[in-house]
Design a protein around this ligand. Structure first.
Ligand code: SF4
Ligand code: SF4
Ligand SMILES: [Zn+2]
Length: 277
């Protein structure tokens, strides 16, 4: 297996993995989406709410605010020894909101949430929660916990996680008449018309849509696109809850532990059948 990073910034990464199968690439994608934990608000104790939003809608909006996550500092609620519905300080963080619009209308933003842990705060300060008219108030306590995307999308640490085959675009120079139709139709500028014929200039960006093949009037088409089934371009975009590298390493750890558990189960079944034999 070989890994090459194409681009990376604070919240996203694009990389190529070669030498793995499609099921393995898809397993990695699904673990990232459904199994890598992050923090989200899960319980809300409403003390006062005179805004236009019902308590449930307000709680739903709070749950969807991505929170910076300290994966090493907290337990998953189901793995914590407290067995408490609202959790303990090892498995939950309390954020409070106490806002009133006095003389004029004001918008309540994520920055108005006050967290007891400075490491667990909204990833952005300007996420609007509700608008208050003069005299309206919201006072509440929100309990954030670690959770997994398989239970609710609010616990997905990524806003995008996708892969595609590494593309190959080939032009048959003996058949191509340099009409340029494929160049015009390509939505991502993979092809360029030159005096020497059509050239592939940006192969990596090809999405394998095959519009160029459909546009070619030759029969069979003078242009051919194909995907390498053992090389994948991954794009992962974090919500800001966790750095992208941590999301990937966590997903690989989860994969390893699932695989180990599977192997253990097989061993148990085999030993059991040996005994009954
Ligand atoms: S398959 Fe689509 S993206 Fe790729 S070269 Fe052809 S038109 Fe462009
Ligand atoms: S559409 Fe076909 S014939 Fe025309 S330039 Fe492209 S590959 Fe060549
Ligand atoms: Zn606990």
């Amino acid at each position: 297996m070989d890994l090459r990073i194409l681009e990376k910034n604070e919240n996203s990464m694009r990389f190529v993995v070669t030498g793995i199968s499609t099921p393995l690439a898809n397993t990695l994608r699904r673990i990232i989406l459904a199994e890598v934990p992050c923090m989200a608000i899960d319980d809300v104790i409403m003390i006062e709410n005179s805004s236009v939003l019902h308590d449930e809608i307000l709680a739903l909006r709070l749950g969807l605010i991505p929170l910076k996550t300290d994966l090493d500092g907290y337990n998953l609620p189901e793995e914590c020894t407290c067995n408490s519905e609202l959790g303990c300080n090892l498995c939950r963080v309390v954020l409070t909101l106490d806002v009133e619009a006095v003389d004029e209308t004001r918008t309540v933003y994520s920055e108005d949430l006050v967290s007891e842990d400075p490491n667990i705060v909204p990833v952005s300060s300007k996420i609007p929660i509700v608008k208050l008219a003069p005299g309206q108030k919201v006072r509440l306590e929100a309990y954030a916990k670690l959770g997994r995307g398989v239970a609710h999308a609010k616990w997905q640490p990524v806003s995008a996680c996708a892969y595609r085959y590494v593309p190959t675009v080939e032009i048959d120079k003996d058949v191509c008449d340099n009409c340029g139709d494929c160049v015009d139709v390509c939505p991502v500028g993979v092809l360029e018309k030159t005096e020497d014929g059509v050239k592939v200039v940006n192969e990596f960006e090809c999405t394998l849509c095959e519009d160029c093949v459909d546009a070619c009037k030759k029969n069979p088409a003078a242009i051919k696109v194909s995907g390498n089934r053992e090389a994948f371009v991954f794009y992962i975009e974090s919500t800001g809850a966790l750095p992208v590298e941590r999301i990937i390493t966590e997903a690989l750890e989860i994969y390893k532990s699932k695989f180990k558990e599977f192997a253990n189960q097989i061993a148990v079944i085999r030993n059991g059948s040996e005994k009954t034999d």
